[in-house]
Ligand binder design. Structure first.
Ligand code: NDP
Length: 315
């Protein structure tokens, strides 16, 4: 059965982090009349951070949510059509491409820029979900402040976990770091810093059995998988830093991805395996994951889309 098409657009941008908005700014300035759907978290991951000090052009730093308002305003001022809505399905086997919005309407697009970003991974415990926002967090930089002078736990052993444990160690009395194997994945320099921090205590071969507390985090129960011993540690905060997941599920039948779901682009470009579909930002970058690199790749996607439309007589 063919989809009922309600609208045709030239350039459809899916996602509203630095990559999506930058693509919108460039596409609007090139008169490509971009339509951008913001997704479930308008502004993306930066809306759950606090101070951003490393985005060039803000000598005093800026709050993440405020920066994303700036991005949106700039894209709107250039003429981008910014809409609240979630892309729920795609069909890239037809031309123009077809994208379903909010499970209710289908849009046709001559070109698509995917900038859906990535989301934090969770352990999957019931207590983790129940206490999310009540001591459980996936962003030390956002929420560490609330645990000044207290004890916290952090799960994970990659560079993110190491970085966040070090960040927390400057605010908290003790950081209990829960590592599931007998070694860390983090780079050597980060591991050394963690192991040398006087108030970070590492629990090797340990997994989280349960986060304890009725209405807020009060303790964590760990299971040592080598000895089967369980330990209860009183903590006020519980941070999860076990990596991120690209938001790429709806594209998997059409777009080439690596084994973890990151969209593969032709190196040095934003081109995917489907001509006319481009990807920018964290959904195609597991390495740098910075606002400025995402913005740069959004610019690339808009320029690549413009060239594609021109070359195919669609401009
Ligand atoms: P990674 O995938 O590198 O690490 C995830 C960590 O979480 C691993 O130690 C993994 O354990 C652990 N983990 C995964 N699932 C579970 C689970 N269910 N229970 C307990 N532990 C779990 O993710 P990162 O976010 O740390 O890093 C992503 C990329 O970004 C990396 O390439 C990293 O180098 C880079 N990065 C670089 C930074 C820098 O250079 N300053 C800063 C931050 C990130 P295991 O090792 O056993 O699989």
């Amino acid at each position: 059965m063919s989809n009922q098409i309600s609208e045709k657009v030239h350039v459809l941008i899916i996602g509203s982090g630095p990559a999506g908005y930058t693509a919108a700014i460039y596409a609007a300035r090139a008169n490509m009349k971009p339509v951008l759907y913001q997704g479930i978290q308008p502004g993306g991951q930066l809306t759950i951070t606090t101070e951003v000090e490393n985005y060039p052009g803000y000598p005093e730093g800026i709050q993440g949510p405020e920066m994303m308002v700036h991005f949106e305003k700039q894209a709107a001022r250039m003429g981008a059509d910014i809409r609240y809505g979630l892309a729920t399905k795609v069909d890239f086997s037809v031309r123009p491409f077809q994208v379903e919005i909010d499970e209710e309407k289908w849009i046709e697009a001559d070109s698509v820029i995917i900038s859906t970003g990535a989301s934090a991974k969770w352990l999957g415990l019931e207590s983790e979900e129940r206490l999310n926002g009540f001591g459980v967090s996936a962003c030390a930089v956002c929420d560490g402040f609330f645990f000044r002078g207290k004890e916290v736990a952090i799960v994970g052993a990659g560079d993110t976990a190491a970085e966040e444990a070090l960040y927390l160690s400057k605010l908290c009395t003790t950081v209990h770091m829960v590592v599931r194997r007998d070694q860390m994945r983090a780079s050597k320099v980060m591991q050394d810093r963690v192991l040398n921090a006087p108030n970070i205590k590492v629990y090797w071969n340990s997994v989280t059995d349960e986060i304890l507390g009725a209405n807020k985090v009060e303790a964590v129960r760990l299971l040592n998988t080598a000895t089967q011993e369980k330990t209860e540690i009183p903590v006020s905060g519980f941070f999860v830093a076990i990596g991120h997941e690209p938001n790429s599920g709806i594209f998997k039948d059409f777009i080439d991805m690596d084994e973890t779901g990151y969209i593969q682009t032709i190196p040095g470009t934003s081109k995917t395996n489907i001509p006319g579909v481009f990807a920018a930002g964290d959904v195609q970058d597991k390495n740098y994951r910075q606002a400025v690199t995402a913005a740069g790749s959004g610019c690339m996607a808009a320029l690549d889309a413009e060239r594609y439309l021109t070359a195919n007589g669609l401009a």
